[in-house]
Design a protein around this ligand. Structure first.
Ligand SMILES: Cc1cc2nc3c(=O)[nH]c(=O)nc-3n(C[C@H](O)[C@H](O)[C@H](O)COP(=O)(O)OP(=O)(O)OC[C@H]3O[C@@H](n4cnc5c(N)ncnc54)[C@H](O)[C@@H]3O)c2cc1C
Length: 204
């Protein structure tokens, strides 16, 4: 297996796993009022979002090391470098090594899309990776796109007290999901204070 970065791809390193870790932390934080209702006192003055960030990285790092361990245990050779199909049955790695093989599986993933007018600088305009790597909470955030990732980040940011504006070009958030579930989720996000901007629905 040729991999230019860490094994596990986006999902493990900068996708599913760290985002689910953030969601878990966010739901614990959002549950504080319920603890207080039971008489427990929580000192929020020592809350440090950098610690939340570190926990999400720990989860990703642990699983990535786990994948490396599994590859080694199952005798899959991990070759670190950028692979390129150099010709039939030939894959070069960083132009320093050429592998001969009968079959090649290309599993190189995808890149995030550039949106005109929103050049990602990871400072003001963040990609999902930039948001996952953020160590300080902003006061407010506008999230472009209310698909699964946008809605997950809206939930996380809102739970930690960030003012969230969610913008979606389709008539509904999570446009490919079940309408009844989406309606519940939309109500819940609104109840928690997230604002969503959707195109006007056509009159029935
Ligand atoms: C924030 C976020 C949250 C997500 N949450 C979920 C979720 O909850 N559930 C879910 O199902 N999906 C989720 N996804 C989507 C999921 O991460 C992707 O669908 C999945 O990672 C795609 O896997 P892949 O193997 O196709 O590509 P990738 O994960 O992108 O893996 C491709 C790998 O190929 C390597 N590579 C590329 N080119 C070369 C080369 N020339 N030589 C060597 N190596 C190369 C890359 O370094 C990378 O490791 C999420 C994505 C994001 C961004």
């Amino acid at each position: 297996m040729v991999e230019k970065d860490r094994p596990g791809g986006v999902c493990l390193n900068i996708g599913c796993i760290p985002s689910k870790a953030l969601i878990h932390e966010a739901s614990l934080f959002a549950g504080i009022p319920e603890l207080e209702a039971m008489g427990l006192a929580v000192d929020r003055s020592r809350f440090d979002y950098a610690a939340v960030f570190r926990k999400s990285r720990t989860a990703a790092d642990r699983l990535s090391r786990g994948v490396q361990g599994l590859l080694a245990k199952n005798k899959v050779e991990l070759i670190v470098g950028t692979g390129r199909v150099a010709g039939p049955g030939r894959v070069s790695v960083d132009a320093s090594r050429t592998l001969s093989t009968k079959n090649v599986l290309l599993a190189t993933g995808s890149r995030s899309k550039d949106i005109p007018g929103f050049a990602v600088d990871e400072t003001r305009v963040l990609s999902s990776t930039g948001l996952l790597m953020m160590q300080q909470l902003p006061k407010s955030i506008l999230i472009l796109g209310a698909g699964a990732i946008g809605v997950e980040f809206a939930y996380v940011m809102n739970a930690f007290g960030v003012e969230v504006h969610l913008v979606e070009m389709m008539p509904e958030i999570l446009p490919t999901e079940d309408a009844e579930v989406v309606a519940v989720l939309r109500r819940e996000l609104r109840r928690r204070g997230s604002r969503s901007r959707l195109p006007r629905r056509p009159d029935p």
